[in-house]
Design a protein around this ligand. Structure first.
Ligand SMILES: CC/C=C\C/C=C\C/C=C\C/C=C/C=C/C(=O)SCCNC(=O)CCNC(=O)[C@H](O)C(C)(C)COP(=O)(O)OP(=O)(O)OC[C@H]1O[C@@H](n2cnc3c(N)ncnc32)[C@H](O)[C@@H]1OP(=O)(O)O
Ligand code: FAD
Length: 672
């Protein structure tokens, strides 16, 4: 089903906006993509995947039933996977199957989500991160070639956060050299795994390993759950879909139960820990938490995923705001574009800046992740706690911030933003899930807090701490930092806020212990503060990294690109300083006058960015197919598209709905 899209002239308001642009858009696009060559590669891949129109739907996804939506998503997933397999990986290289370009083009095919997303997103990365070379040779080529389709089944009905509490068991039987997988209770049923319900024929399962009568905690196993020919569940497997949810409608999130289901010993993923043929358990020589590696990997990738989603929402809302006119400011004057309202700019320009902040930070985080993993491969796990703390807080804060900014984008589009055809509700519900999956917001910030409390204690006793908390060595014993309204000053204030909050947590815990609590209770009572301290640390990391990366990446840029990139980063610093005035008053010498000045400078900056706003979102270079939005298309023909999409409503297929004759008419005639 291919849809033909009418070509339209660009709306005059948008055309005028583009004439105002004073910087080289392509240069900014190159910075976002990570270089000119990357932009060229991305465009080439997008042309291959999208130019033939296979991604377009005649009937919008939202007008289909649950079953039709799933079937259509499978149809397109197969087309898309074939293009990836045959054409795209040739360009990116096989090893780059996780390239953001593939993720981005996938969005053109799926307004919601592909049922195959977790196959490439988690199943394949788990094979790569958790298999022995022999296991990799056995499974990976089949998975990459779509000969097998997998899911990641960790969460259970009873436990998601507390992995150690999972109940599925894998008991080793040395006589048959097999593991017996079993779901002993209803709460032990696997629940949530994307693609598991109807699509996958294999999955990675996390289960409590029992051998020689002893439990060795959770480990990962690869399990075939369906017949490859008939697709019927194998005997001993109970599998299905978990039912309608807020988003992820076409992801067939599934449940899975085992009734003493046997798998060969070789199906335990044994890169880090092993069970020998005789049942002897050999634990990981490196680090006990390496089996959590896929989660760390996804948390790292989610930061750039948030940038991408926010850039889509910002593009839609800013293009719409340039076309939408509302309210006479003065009698008989034309109504202004709503983008001219400073309140609208306040809602939206931070979204552009945040998309940049997350994109640049995500590249830095990705490099950090790669470096730590290279060390781990050599047996050095020293940097793992810092990576875990960093990826946890950046995942938590980036998903949470993206969610609230996307909601602002929807508010910024008034009533039309509520239409599914705007795509904003889809983007919102997709991102809403990211705040929960791969580790809930609060839970992950508390993980970071554990690391921060330890780092504080080290800094307090005069020891050097790891790079991302090095500011503690400077600020741990300072009462209040001197306010300075330069970018360096603002960054240092964020570090002082973080250090102040961590220090306060440590004091609260110590006071509570002094007053008779044990450590666990003292920690528990302090968790509200600990979450706030970890968030503050994350903000300090974000402002510092964004600033440094922006300076580094614009070194050879043209003057106007430098200026506009600089303006966005300053806007980001000022926005968050103004959001956190209470903290600034507590942990820096900032005065009311300083804050009033900051507010004025922030408002001036909004005005300075205004002429470039449309071009800044054009620089995200998101094709209409990827945006899927009646409000956000490049040509800005908002009203025509809204009307066109309205015509597609199934309720408009007939002039009179049968329910009139069945119910309304009898009611009107008093015959009901
Ligand atoms: C390619 C994709 C592209 C784009 C992405 C787009 C879409 C995404 C893809 C798919 C969409 C949806 C999929 C969703 C999938 C899922 O959600 S899978 C399930 C994910 N589940 C979780 O994340 C559960 C969260 N819980 C945990 O991580 C852990 O249980 C815990 C909260 C960390 C606690 O673990 P545990 O109880 O075992 O440990 P503790 O006793 O609390 O801690 C002991 C010490 O270990 C340290 N630790 C914990 N985890 C790690 C780690 N991963 N690495 C290193 N160290 C770790 C912990 O800090 C303690 O340290 P200590 O303080 O020094 O003692
Ligand atoms: C769309 C979607 C897709 C998913 N896909 C997958 C998948 O493919 N595979 C898979 O295995 N899983 C998947 N999940 C499951 C997901 O990983 C879990 O839902 C998530 O980790 C949260 O765990 P939970 O549901 O047990 O929440 P809970 O832990 O029950 O959280 C409920 C509340 O309790 C709080 N809480 C819990 N523990 C603590 C604590 N120690 N301290 C303070 N507060 C706490 C939380 O902050 C939260 O507010 C998916 C989930 C969603 C929504």
């Amino acid at each position: 089903m291919k849809a033909n899209r009418p070509k339209r002239d660009v709306h005059p308001d948008l055309a005028r906006e583009r004439l105002k642009c004073n910087f080289n858009i392509e240069e900014v696009t190159n910075i976002i993509d990570g270089g000119k060559d990357k932009t060229l590669e991305r465009k080439k891949i997008e042309d291959i995947a999208l130019n033939n129109g296979a991604c377009l739907d005649e009937i919008p996804d939202e007008c289909l039933s649950i079953k039709e939506r799933y079937e259509n998503a499978i149809r397109k997933s197969c087309i898309y996977s074939n293009i990836v397999r045959n054409e795209m990986l040739e360009i990116t290289g096989m090893e780059n199957f996780e390239s953001p370009v593939l993720r981005r083009t996938a969005d053109a095919f799926f307004k919601d989500i592909s049922p195959f997303m977790l196959h490439l997103g988690m199943f394949v990365p788990t094979l790569i991160g958790q298999s022995t070379p022999e296991q990799m040779a056995e499974w990976l080529p089949k998975a990459l070639d779509m000969k097998i389709i997998g899911a990641y089944a960790q969460t259970e009905l009873g436990h998601g956060t507390f992995i150690r509490g999972l109940e599925t068991t894998a008991t080793y039987d040395p006589d048959k050299e097999e593991f017996v997988l079993h779901s002993p209770t209803i709460t032990s049923y696997k629940w949530w795994a994307g693609g598991l319900g109807k699509t996958a024929n294999h999955c990675v399962v996390m289960a409590q390993l029992y051998t020689q009568g002893e439990c060795h905690g959770t480990h990962l196993f690869i399990v075939q759950i369906r017949d490859l020919d008939t697709h019927m569940p194998l005997p001993g497997i109970k599998v299905g879909e978990i039912g309608p949810r807020m988003g992820f409608s076409s992801a067939d999130n599934g449940f899975l139960g085992f009734n003493s289901f046997r798998i060969p010993r070789q199906n335990m993923l044994m890169k880090h820990a092993k069970v020998e043929k005789d049942g002897c358990y050999v634990k990981s020589a490196k680090h006990g938490k390496l089996t959590y590696g896929t989660m760390v990997f996804i948390r790292v990738t989610l930061v750039s995923e948030m940038s991408f989603n926010l850039s889509k929402a910002a593009t839609i809302a800013i293009r719409y705001s340039a076309v939408r006119r509302q309210t006479e400011l003065r009698p008989n004057e034309p109504e202004p574009q709503i983008l001219d309202y400073p309140t609208q700019q306040h809602k939206l320009f931070i979204c552009i800046a945040t998309a940049h902040a997350f994109q640049l930070t995500s590249k830095w985080l990705w490099d950090t992740f790669q470096a730590v993993m290279a060390d781990v491969r050599k047996g050095n796990v020293d940097a793992l706690p810092e990576l875990h703390a960093l990826s946890s807080c950046l995942k938590a804060v980036s998903t949470s911030d993206a969610l609230s900014h996307i909601e602002q984008c929807r508010f910024a589009c008034g009533g039309h933003g509520y239409m599914l055809s705007s795509n904003l509700p889809f983007i919102y519900s997709f991102v809403a899930a990211t705040r929960t999956y791969e580790g809930d917001y609060t839970v992950l910030l508390l993980q970071t807090a554990r690391f921060l409390v330890k780092a504080w204690e080290q800094a307090e006793s005069g020891n050097n701490v790891t790079p991302t908390v090095a500011y503690l060595n400077r600020t741990a014993n300072t009462k209040r930092v001197v306010w300075d309204n330069t970018h360096e000053g603002i960054i240092q204030s964020f570090q002082a806020i973080a250090a102040g909050k961590i220090g306060q947590c440590v004091r609260s815990i110590r006071d509570r212990i002094k007053s008779g609590m044990d450590y666990e209770d003292a920690w528990l009572m302090t968790t509200v503060q600990l979450v706030a301290a970890a968030e503050a640390h994350c903000r300090a990391v974000l402002v510092n990294t964004y600033w440094n990366e922006m300076i580094r990446l614009t070194k050879s840029s043209s003057a106007n690109v430098k200026t506009v990139m600089h303006q966005l980063a300053v806007l980001y610093l000022m926005y968050w300083a103004l959001e956190k005035t209470g903290d600034l008053l507590k942990y820096s010498s900032v005065s009311k006058q300083d804050l009033d000045d900051l507010q004025r400078r922030y408002e001036e900056l909004l005005a300075a960015l205004r002429p470039n706003a449309v071009s800044l979102v054009d620089a995200f270079d998101l094709r209409d197919e990827i945006l899927h939005s009646s409000l956000g298309s490049y040509d800005g023909c908002v009203y025509e598209r809204l009307m066109e999409e309205a015509q597609k409503s199934p309720l408009n297929a007939e002039p009179v709905n049968p329910s009139f004759h069945k119910y309304i008419k009898p009611l009107m005639q008093g015959k009901l």
